[in-house]
Design a protein around this ligand. Structure first.
Ligand code: FES
Length: 137
């Protein structure tokens, strides 16, 4: 287990494995599928600064609770050699354990060797409901 995979984060990932069963596809348009789920179902996102990697509609989505009324969603696949980045609450950045690339929550590369930003997914928090716009696979 690398230093970026905390026990809590790993638990959140495993516990959220069932998300595919209860997340709801809202509509598909232009190759984008909207998916909604209850924030209260993901304990790791209950507080600002919380994060979790969830498997949603067959893809990994890194969610970070970055505010009382907001959440960020990113593809955690590093643009260098496809390792999985992890969120570090201490500095609010995403770090790749393989070759130390760093990204901010907008997906921008802050430190290489990553050549491109992370993919960002539109995410809104409406009360207890997280709504994500994911490209169709
Ligand atoms: S795979 Fe992420 S920096 Fe190399």
């Amino acid at each position: 287990m690398n230093r970026f995979v905390t026990r809590r984060g790993l638990f959140a990932t495993l516990a959220a494995g069932g998300l595919a069963f209860w997340s709801r596809g809202l509509r598909a348009a232009g190759g984008v599928k909207k998916v909604a789920f209850a924030l209260s179902k993901v304990e790791a996102l209950a507080k600002v600064g919380g994060f979790a990697v969830l498997k949603i509609k067959g893809r990994d989505v890194l969610l970070v609770r970055d505010g009382d009324k907001s959440v960020r969603a990113l593809d955690p696949t590093c643009s260098h050699q496809k390792c999985t980045v992890a969120y570090e609450p201490k500095d609010g950045l995403l770090h790749c354990p393989c070759h130390k690339s760093a990204y901010n929550l907008d997906g921008k590369v802050l430190d290489g060797p990553a050549p491109k930003p992370l993919t960002i997914f539109a995410a809104t928090l409406d009360g207890d409901r997280v709504i994500l716009s994911l490209p169709e696979a």
